[in-house]
Design a protein around this ligand. Structure first.
Ligand SMILES: [Zn+2]
Length: 443
C-alpha cells in the first residue's frame, strides 16, 4: 500500500486550492490534516467525520466519481467531489492534481443537516522547540531497541531494512497498551513543564496537548495515541532542515492492521480526541546549512525509506515527503537550490493516479526553477523489480538516472496518458537536456 497520509493531505490541498475553503490561516494557525484522524473507538461507524466542511470518502460513502473508499473527498454540502483518480469530465484541476466535480443539486437534500454542524476550533500546535524536545525525550524513554525482537531483529525489523546498529537508536516505540502510553504521557507532560515553564503556563489545558499525538480524556487523564495493540508501534521522526523533530509517524505491525487501515500513520489525534494536528511535514536527512547550493539531493517518499537510503549510501542527502502527492510546495522550496534526483516508488509505472502526481511534482519543480532562473537540474532515478529505492539498493539493483524526456519514454498506456494530460494542463513541456552521470547514488 502507498502511504495514506499523502492522499489525505492532497485532498486538503485540493479543497483549499479550489476555493472551497474560506477560513484564513495565519502563520501560527494549525493545519488540519485528514491523515491525522486516529482510529476511532466506539465512534458510530456510519457517522461522517467533517472538518471545516470537508469529508474524506469512506467505504460507507465512497467517492461519487471513482467509487473508491479512500483518497478522494467531498464537501459536507455534497455539492463538490474532489476525485484523486479520475480526471475525465472534471470541472477543473486543483493545484495538487485533484479533480473537481460539481454535482447535481438532487444529491443535496439529505445531507444539509450534517453540513450545518461546525467542527470545534483546533488545538494550536506547540512550537517546534517544544515538539522536538518532547519527541526526543519520548524516543529516549521509550526507544525502539527496548522491543528488540519485535521492532529491530527478525524479518520485518529495522536491521533487515538496511539500517545499522547505531542508526536504530534514532527511532522510538509506543508501548502497545493505552495504559502504558498514558504513563508516558504523564511523565512527558512533567518533562515539558520543567523544560518550558513559560509555554506550559500559557495554555488552559495540559501543555503537552499541543504536541501532536497527546490528548486528554474526559477525566483529564493524559493519553498518547489511541487503542490497545498486539505489538509495540515504531516511532519514526520527521526532522526539519535543522535536524529538529517536527512530527512523527507510526508504523503499525502487520498483526495490528485492521482491514483498510494504513500501516504508516501520523502520530496525532486531532479528532475526535481534540489533540493537535501534525500536518504533513517533510523530512530531511541532512541539515540544510551544511549542504551548499548546487549540490545534489534525492527526493523520495517516507522518512524511514530515506534514512535507510542514507544508511546504505552514506553520501546521499535525502528529502522525503510522506507520499507522492503530498507537500509538493514544501519539497520544491526545500530542493530549490539543489540538483534533484527524484526517486519515488515504482508504482507510477502501473498506477495512472500515481504517475499523475509524480508528473505534477516534476513539472512544478521545473517551472519553479525556470521562474527563479536557476541552473539546477531535475532527473529521475529508476530501477527494476522493487517498489522502493531502499529495497532496490539493498538488493544491489542497478539504478539508472534519466532526464525527464528519457523518463517519459519509459512509460506507456494510461500512466503515460495521465502524465501528458497533467503537463498539458500545467502548460509544461520538458526541455531536452543532455544526460549526465551522477555519482550521488554510486557510493
Ligand atoms: Zn474518486
Amino acid at each position: 500500500m502507498r502511504n495514506p497520509s499523502s492522499k489525505s493531505r492532497s485532498l486538503k490541498q485540493s479543497l483549499e486550492s479550489s476555493h472551497l475553503r474560506t477560513q484564513h490561516r495565519g502563520p501560527m494557525s494549525v493545519h488540519i490534516s485528514y491523515s491525522n484522524q486516529c482510529r476511532i473507538i466506539k465512534f458510530p461507524q456510519r457517522q461522517r467525520i467533517a472538518i471545516n466542511g470537508f469529508c474524506r470518502v469512506t467505504k460507507y460513502r465512497p467517492c461519487r466519481v471513482c467509487r473508491k473508499p479512500d483518497w478522494c473527498g467531498y464537501t459536507t454540502d455534497e455539492q463538490t467531489s474532489i476525485c484523486m483518480r479520475v480526471s475525465n469530465g472534471s470541472k477543473g484541476t486543483a493545484r495538487n492534481g485533484g479533480n473537481i466535480f460539481h454535482h447535481n443539486r438532487l444529491f443535496l437534500v439529505a445531507s444539509l443537516r450534517t453540513a450545518r454542524k461546525q467542527a470545534p476550533p483546533p488545538i494550536e500546535i506547540a512550537p517546534i522547540e517544544v515538539r522536538d524536545a518532547v519527541y526526543q525525550e519520548l524516543i529516549r524513554m521509550s526507544p525502539a531497541v527496548k522491543y528488540y525482537s519485535q521492532l529491530i531483529d527478525g524479518p520485518c525489523g529495522l536491521l533487515s531494512r538496511g539500517l545499522g546498529e547505531t542508526e536504530i537508536e534514532n527511532y522510538g516505540a509506543l508501548p502497545r497498551t493505552q495504559k502504558e502510553r498514558a504513563g508516558l504521557a504523564h511523565t512527558l507532560n512533567k518533562f515539558l513543564k520543567g523544560r518550558f515553564p513559560e509555554y506550559a503556563v500559557r495554555s488552559t489545558h495540559a501543555a503537552i496537548i499541543g504536541v501532536p499525538g497527546f490528548w486528554q480524556d474526559e477525566l483529564g487523564n493524559l493519553q498518547l495515541w489511541n487503542r490497545d495493540y498486539n505489538m509495540p508501534l515504531l516511532v519514526i521522526p520527521y526532522r526539519d532542515d535543522q535536524g529538529r523533530i517536527q512530527a512523527c509517524q507510526l508504523h503499525l505491525h502487520r498483526n495490528d492492521l485492521r482491514t483498510g487501515e494504513k500501516k504508516y500513520r501520523w502520530l496525532a489525534c486531532p479528532f475526535p480526541f481534540r489533540g493537535a494536528s501534525s500536518g504533513s511535514p517533510i523530512h530531511f536527512t541532512f541539515k540544510r546549512a551544511d549542504l551548499p547550493p548546487g549540490k545534489t539531493i534525492i527526493i523520495t517518499e517516507g522518512a524511514l525509506k530515506s534514512d535507510v537510503l542514507v544508511s546504505l549510501r552514506p553520501k546521499a542527502r535525502v528529502i522525503a515527503t510522506s507520499g507522492v502527492s503530498s507537500s509538493h510546495a514544501e519539497i520544491i522550496e526545500a530542493a530549490r537550490a539543489y540538483n534533484a534526483l527524484i526517486a519515488f516508488d515504482a508504482d507510477y509505472k502501473t498506477n495512472p493516479a500515481v504517475a499523475r502526481q509524480l508528473a505534477r511534482l516534476i513539472a512544478a519543480r521545473e517551472q519553479d526553477i525556470a521562474a527563479h532562473q536557476l541552473p539546477t537540474s531535475t532527473r529521475i532515478v529508476t530501477w527494476q523489480r522493487y517498489k522502493g529505492i531502499d529495497d532496490a539498493v539493498l538488493a544491489n539493483m542497478p539504478l539508472e538516472t534519466m532526464t525527464i524526456l528519457q523518463w517519459i519514454s519509459t512509460l506507456d498506456g494510461r500512466p503515460l496518458q495521465e502524465v501528458l494530460r497533467v503537463w498539458e494542463q500545467m502548460g509544461f513541456t520538458p526541455n531536452p537536456v543532455p544526460s549526465k552521470t551522477d555519482r550521488t547514488l554510486a557510493e
